[in-house]
Design a protein around this ligand. Structure first.
Ligand code: SF4
Ligand code: SF4
Ligand code: FES
Length: 334
């Protein structure tokens, strides 16, 4: 099936959604997605950040769709034409979505563990307004410990359901969910029952905001002062392929490896990359891990600041310039 997104045409299999097709083209056309998660069945359709405009329904029925549609839930039709970043209407509508997502959100970024790797922060920066028009009291919740390893800060939750679907699809027993609906909706463990099973820590990794944080990492370090490296160990429970976050020689946290869409990556042989709690919490010595090398951090990410990869790139550029100008490299001077 042929679909054109922001003027770029691509062939995709039947059943592909507009969002998936856009990701196949690349980040230059892919809409933001706060609730869709390709590894979680039935995810998507909650947050509306992925809206796009369908200007031509299909080759057979060229009529445009009357309203913006959620690209994560809309399958492409042959000959469909879609606008995302090229549509001023979509950009305006997305601003409205972001305004709604932020209506009850606290101004916690300076003290929030997710800052620097938060998709809501990026979204707010790219599509938000500098001021709020909201005059009512914001919803406020007490922080809850879900067991000794996970902290739930409901004030920051955007009700994307990713953690609920992760618990449902990757753990033996789901003991939390969204209770109430709409403005009253909240994540609850039904009397704060502990999420306690081998894969429960993955809810932290899938949460796009700082609503679910790792108690063992909380307030330990700003993420941009850490050095992420890819590492592995022989684990009997999961793939053992992780990202180890170092501060000097200290392992400050262990997470699953994520891809460019901020989703947990499958292993090269197609197995799930969701990691077990033993890898995440019980192996905090550098010697527990075989370090493969520095994580490739997107250079637009705040995490790339001050990083060796980044500095290496800079060094190569400087050396090229020196060579072009006929300078002798510093390390070759007599
Ligand atoms: S969840 Fe994201 S946007 Fe909200 S306070 Fe934390 S870093 Fe800021
Ligand atoms: S806690 Fe996080 S993952 Fe769970 S619904 Fe809220 S924002 Fe989504
Ligand atoms: S990503 Fe499509 S509705 Fe949330």
């Amino acid at each position: 099936m042929k679909v054109t997104i922001d003027g770029i045409e691509i062939d995709v299999p039947k059943g592909t959604t507009i969002l998936q097709a856009a990701r196949m083209i690349g980040a230059q056309v892919a809409p933001p997605a706060m609730c869709y998660y390709s590894k979680l069945k039935t995810s998507g359709g909650y947050c509306r950040t992925c809206i796009v405009k369908v200007t031509k329904g299909s080759a057979q029925n060229p009529n445009p769709m009357p309203k913006p549609v959620a690209s994560c839930r809309t399958e492409v039709m042959d000959g469909m034409e879609v606008q995302n970043f090229t549509s001023p209407e979509v950009l305006e509508a997305r601003k409205g979505v972001v305004e709604f997502l932020l209506i009850n959100h606290p101004l916690d970024c300076p003290v929030c563990d997710q800052a620097g790797e938060c998709k809501l922060q990026d979204l707010g920066y790219e599509n938000g307004s500098a001021k709020t028009r909201y005059e009512f009291k914001r919803r406020e919740f007490e922080m809850i410990d879900i067991g000794d390893k996970i902290k739930l800060h409901m004030n920051r939750c955007i009700l994307c359901y990713r953690c609920v679907k992760t618990a449902e699809q990757f753990t033996d027993e789901r003991v939390h969910g969204v209770i109430h609906r709409g403005d009253m909706g909240e994540i609850s463990t039904y009397i704060e029952k502990v999420i306690d099973n081998d894969f429960s820590g993955n809810v932290i990794d899938v949460c796009p905001v700082g609503a679910l944080t790792d108690n063992t990492f909380r307030f330990k370090q700003r993420v941009w002062f850490t050095k992420p490296v890819d590492a592995h160990r022989n684990c009997p429970t999961c793939s053992g392929r992780v990202r180890v976050w170092l501060k000097g020689e200290e392992v400050v946290r262990v997470t699953a490896r994520k891809d460019e869409w901020d989703e947990i990556m499958d292993t090269p042989d197609g197995k799930s990359g969701f990691i077990c709690n033993s890898c995440r919490y019980d192996h905090k010595q550098k010697s527990d891990w075989v370090i493969e090398g520095p994580t490739q951090v997107n250079r637009h990410s705040v995490i790339s600041q001050n990083h060796y990869n980044h500095l290496n790139e800079l060094k190569v550029q400087v050396m090229k310039q020196q060579k072009a100008l006929g300078f002798m490299p510093l390390d070759k001077k007599p």
